[in-house]
Ligand binder design. Structure first.
Ligand code: MGD
Ligand code: MGD
Ligand code: MO
Length: 770
């Protein structure tokens, strides 16, 4: 068994969804979370220093810190506090005693919540299955020394017939220094097999923005929120996943901005916000945030964008020169005529019907932006994880280009990143398809021949392991087995490896779906003090708006056997490529930063610039209307909506995060804002769909996906035991939490071009559970 146990708590409680986010409850919850898991001194130190200029980067999301004036209390939110509590907790440790007590098979029976609750990993551990009895209950992880662990990894890597048979995954908490050193080692070894969590996250954004404006990052800075006239938030749940964004939205609102939400669910954080640090809000009630809530059907955002563009073109004929920015279109863009021509081929009614919205609602949005230019569009996983995600995001760009809203104050594109340093990891070269210029720079600075063949992304990596084309898996953080699609297939893939290695802070299911030999290597987290030969070190991270700044741990590591991530990379590097001075890099991270400065564009004087209070902004062409496409223009594109025609009994499922989780780390079983308590195995469903399916509210059901493989044979995948909850969601659409539902997403069901698993549109059927 590799999927999490499919059991119900038996204690589900459903209340009314909340109508206001944050507030004093959030403050209490956050403090509770930290102090229930650690001692007072550690807890305060950790909370007090998060996101301060002399502190460390919150391990939760990638939301930027204000450029001026950080809150004196602390720049953290409830969910940041949970992430911190999870990292600084001292009550328990996942030490060798735990592994002695529980076999791998025992641990597999536990829930992910339980695994996480065991606390920080303290010792390097090894599992050797060769020659052991096949009985899974006999298999235990045992302690191993760091030297032996490094030797083992180097020996296995050297023994591979080709470096392309090894896979080096990265999750998004890894700092720039680690990321740079790690990709260097991997490329010196000879492969570009560097898949990362971006492949499952904002890859569609990167592809779409790369094609249209030349840079796959946000074009706005923090202060633009306060200057915007309209902010459109599509497919994102900031109240849960980027709570500090609500502060920026509140400020925008106070300055007169209109806020529009586009989401199949009415998410609490988008409705109203009580600022926990403002007495007025706490006493009098919070700010209403959203002026217009468009409760759209799943994956019809492209149709909505098209309808809006069509209406804007009509408005322009009525108000000549006032709606579109002709000067910008003429000077800075290409492809306008083809775009308009294709748009003329669509009927407005057809487009709007797909979305499930009323024409009046769409018209309200058009009226909100008709004469405005300072428009920001934000988005996250609700747009990126569909088959046509790249085209949907390109259509968002079409709208902004019509309005001339990119590269101006208070306007632009704002994809909201997930993991705290996922953006920095890419800047540092964690990418399976590196640009030739990047590899040229590596060769110039380091004097070796870099591999030029593109490597595997996440989905390609899983298939390569499953088909025996890759034999070693190395994970720099993350929880690969549970985060990827098709959980069982992915677990089988890992189990076919000769060696699986995980550099981790916490025990997770990927450690339990292991290769023939497996290693767990415990590393320091963001909050831990990192001491090396030259003294205490800091690292650097990049946030959503492209600001790079320092992060320095503040609490004493709970085990002296943990190593920093750079030290782990160097330990392997010394054995694999001994002619490079890995020790110099580890003894003082300034050495790594000097190498970053020499290699990476925009990072000159890195060591000096990151020492400035608040860090520095990386170069960003689109922000200055310098589009870094081959012809220097921003591109209009022609995109086609997908019409989901569901057969009787079929539903379209999106997999979302609860308020009590960080990706695969489950902090608790509540989802307070949506009114769900004590249970994660729930299926949100429209009351009429419940009736139509012959079900009743709270009935226990199994979910099935049906997918024709490349051979045309339809395969059924099942996730068992979910409780139907009647909810305000469009007809035909359902929602459930990830990762429990990943088992339903077939490995081949991916977005065009970006290859992101289609985690937000899975056709399923539902049957009563036996
Ligand atoms: N506390 C906490 N913070 C996190 C994370 C976490 O797990 N916990 N994860 C981090 C990571 S890695 C990421 S990537 C981000 C994720 O942040 P989000 O993208 O906000 O996360 P999801 O829960 O996947 O929510 C997607 C939202 O899109 C909506 N949606 C789904 N399908 C569609 C659609 O077709 N159209 C539209 N318009 N909306 C749709 C859903 O209703 C939901 O509100 O958060 C980061 N921050
Ligand atoms: N169905 C479905 N699937 C999804 C998604 C979805 O919306 N729906 N979202 C996708 C997205 S957006 C993402 S980003 C991926 C996430 O995929 P991953 O990044 O692979 O998963 P996480 O759950 O964030 O990883 C958690 C583990 O990271 C380790 N860890 C935590 N902090 C550190 C650290 O500082 N250093 C190291 N070395 N390890 C650390 C801990 O051991 C912990 O168990 O999942 C994707 N999968
Ligand atoms: Mo993500």
């Amino acid at each position: 068994m590799s999927v999490p146990p499919e059991e119900l708590s038996g204690q589900l409680e459903v209340r009314q969804p909340q109508t206001e986010a944050a507030g004093i409850t959030a403050v209490i919850k956050s403090v509770e979370h930290v102090f229930s898991r650690t001692d007072l001194g550690r807890g305060w130190t950790a909370l007090y220093k998060v996101n301060q200029t002399d502190g460390y980067d919150c391990p939760s999301c990638a939301w930027p810190d204000p450029d001026h004036g950080r809150s004196a209390i602390a720049e953290y939110c409830e969910n940041g506090a949970k992430a911190i509590a999870d990292e600084v907790m001292t009550r328990h440790t996942a030490s060798p005693v735990l592994f002695q007590r529980y076999s791998v098979a025992d641990l597999l029976q536990k829930t992910d919540h339980w695994l996480g609750q065991q606390g920080r990993l303290t010792h390097p551990m090894v599992l050797r299955t060769a020659g052991k009895s096949a009985a899974p209950h006999a298999l235990h992880y045992e302690p191993i020394s760091w030297d032996e662990a490094f030797d083992l990894i180097a020996t296995e890597l050297k023994a591979l017939p080709s470096p392309d048979e090894a896979i080096f995954y990265t999750s998004g908490r890894t700092a720039n220094e680690t990321a740079f050193l790690y990709q260097l080692l991997v490329r010196m070894y000879g492969t570009n097999n560097l898949p990362d969590c971006s492949n499952m996250c904002h890859e569609s954004t990167g592809v779409a923005l790369g094609e249209t404006i030349g840079l796959g990052k946000a074009s706005i800075v923090y202060d633009d929120f306060a200057k915007a006239e309209v902010i459109i938030i599509m497919g994102q749940n900031p109240g849960t996943n980027a709570p500090r964004m609500l502060t920026a939205l509140e400020e925008a609102k106070r300055n007169g901005a209109q806020i529009v939400a586009v989401n199949p669910l009415v998410e609490t954080g988008l409705l109203a916000f009580k600022h926990p640090q403002k007495v007025r809000d706490v006493v009098l009630g919070g700010q209403t945030l959203t002026d217009l809530y468009l409760q759209i059907r799943i994956n019809t955002d492209l149709a909505l964008m098209k309808a809006v563009c069509k209406l804007l073109l009509q408005e322009e004929t009525k108000h000549l020169g006032r709606v579109l920015d002709r000067a910008f279109i003429d000077a800075h863009t290409a492809g306008y005529d083809a775009f308009v021509q294709a748009l003329n081929g669509y009927e407005l009614d057809d487009l709007i019907r797909q979305t499930g919205l009323a024409i009046e609602q769409v018209m309200t949005l058009v009226e909100a932006i008709r004469f405005k230019k300072r428009i920001i569009i934000c988005w996250a996983m609700g747009l990126t994880q569909h088959k046509n995600a790249v085209e949907t995001i390109r259509e968002v760009i079409n709208l902004l280009l019509l309005k001339g809203s990119i590269g101006i104050e208070g306007g632009g594109v704002a994809p909201i990143r997930g993991h705290s340093n996922v953006q920095g990891d890419r800047t540092m070269g964690i990418y399976e398809k590196p640009k030739p210029q990047f590899l040229d720079a590596l060769e110039r600075v380091f004097g070796f021949t870099a591999p030029r063949k593109p490597g595997y992304d996440v989905v390609a990596a899983v298939k390569a392991m499953h088909e025996g084309r890759a034999k070693v898996f190395f994970g720099m953080g993350g929880n690969f087995a549970l985060a990827t699609s098709d959980t069982n297939y992915c677990a089988e893939a890992l189990q076919k490896c000769r060696l699986t290695v995980h550099v981790s802070t916490k025990l997770n299911r990927s450690h339990l779906t292991h290769g023939q030999t497996a290693l767990i290597l415990p590393c320091l987290g963001h909050s831990d003090i990192d001491r090396q030969a030259s003294g205490e070190q800091f690292v650097t991270m990049e946030n959503t708006t492209g600001v790079v700044q320092m992060s320095k741990g503040v609490v004493e590591p709970i085990s002296n056997l943990m190593l920093s991530e750079p030290a782990i990379v160097a330990g392997i590097g010394k054995r694999l490529r001994p002619n490079f001075d890995w020790d110099a890099c580890v003894s003082n991270y300034d050495t790594i930063r000097d190498l970053i400065a020499e290699t990476i564009e925009g990072c000159a004087d890195y060591n000096a610039k990151v020492r400035h209070r608040g860090g520095f902004y990386l170069p960003n062409g689109p922000r200055k209307r310098q589009f870094t496409t081959p012809d220097g223009k921003a591109h209009f594109t022609v995109n086609t909506p997908i019409v989901h025609t569901l057969r009787p009994g079929e539903l379209l499922l999106m997999t979302v995060r609860s308020h009590d989780q960080f990706n695969t780390t489950v902090y608790g079983n509540d989802d307070r804002y949506r009114g769900i308590y004590n249970e994660r195995r729930v299926l949100f469903m429209h009351p009429n769909d419940i009736a139509e399916q012959g079900l009743r509210d709270r009935q226990v059901v199994d979910l099935h996906s049906h997918y024709a493989g490349t051979d045309g044979v339809v395969q059924q995948r099942t996730a068992h035991r979910f409780i139907v909850v009647s909810y305000d969601i469009p007809r035909g659409n359902v929602a459930a939490y990830f990762p429990e539902t990943n088992v339903l997403v077939p490995i081949d069901s991916i977005a065009d071009k970006s290859h992101t698993p289609t985690s937000k549109s899975i056709v399923i059927t539902v049957t009563p559970s036996l």
